[in-house]
Design a protein around this ligand. Structure first.
Ligand SMILES: Nc1nonc1C(=O)N[C@@H]1CC[C@H](O)C1
Length: 249
């Protein structure tokens, strides 16, 4: 029994082949931790020419995705006697995807993802098929497939056992609300560029302190607004005040 199943409705199933065959997702499949079903919603367009889009009522540019294929597909995918799983519509108008949202999505056993194209979806799909809308950012893409893969990738990382070292998901950027500390690996010196001494010291408490301070520094420098949402210790506050004082000098 997979821990989570992704059902994806798309016009371009082949876009997902390479993604699903990448290292992490494929291994998670093999371990039975995740399951994916990539469905072409054109298979649910039962009109004569199997059309899935049409011109917008009221005129205007672009084509709009018709409601029928999505309603038919969802009827086929969801047992009316079962609790309806989240049906996520990928759209720039949606809730911005954050790590917190990813973590919440990862608690479900099944997610259905709707990938649009063209000018978007008939409003009735938003209203009566989707349970929520997700945006991966304030820019417009040609389709919802990449946003769907971003959701599948980021949610899969949160499934226990998917990442080789479960700790790394906890230490990720945003895991504690801060940006991740700088990472180094061998060699200790390369072209005169040294790895910070503390990381070579084997002194775990000092390393932990250095990493926390570097997370705070990086967040303060690059995404200060995140600091308002983070639980800070008194030691954190003292360090941040030192950064402020140094900046003022
Ligand atoms: N940004 C985004 N976050 O999620 N989805 C998008 C996005 O641009 N979608 C496109 C809009 C028209 C077409 O339907 C696909």
């Amino acid at each position: 029994m997979a821990t989570i199943r992704f059902d994806v409705l798309t016009l371009f199933p082949d876009m997902f082949t390479g993604f699903i065959q990448n290292s992490m997702i494929q291994k998670a499949h093999e371990k039975g931790l995740i399951e994916t079903r990539i469905i072409n919603f054109r298979d649910y367009a039962f009109n004569k020419h199997r059309t899935v889009d049409d011109i917008p009522y009221g005129g205007g540019d672009g084509m709009v995705l018709k409601p029928e294929p999505f309603f038919e597909a969802i009827d086929d995918l969801i047992d009316p006697n079962e609790e309806k799983p989240p049906v996520l519509l990928m759209s720039p108008q949606g809730e911005r995807l954050t790590q917190q949202k990813v973590n919440q999505l990862a608690t479900h056993s099944r997610l259905i993802l709707l990938c649009g194209h063209y000018a978007g979806f008939d409003e009735r799909i938003h209203q009566y098929v989707a349970t929520e809308e997700i945006s991966i950012g304030d820019y417009v893409l040609t389709g919802g497939e990449l946003p769907a893969m971003i959701i599948m990738d980021s949610v899969s990382r949160q499934i226990p056992g998917v990442l080789g070292n479960t700790l790394s998901a906890q230490n990720d950027s945003f895991a504690d609300g801060l940006l991740e500390y700088p990472q180094y690996t061998r060699p200790a010196e390369y072209r005169g560029y040294q790895v910070p001494e503390v990381l070579l010291s084997g002194h775990h408490l000092r390393i932990e302190k250095w990493r926390r301070q570097e997370s705070l520094r990086r967040t303060w420098e690059r995404r200060p607004e995140l600091l308002d949402k983070v639980t800070l210790t008194e030691e954190d506050r003292i360090f941040l005040r030192q950064l402020e004082d140094q900046q003022g000098e």
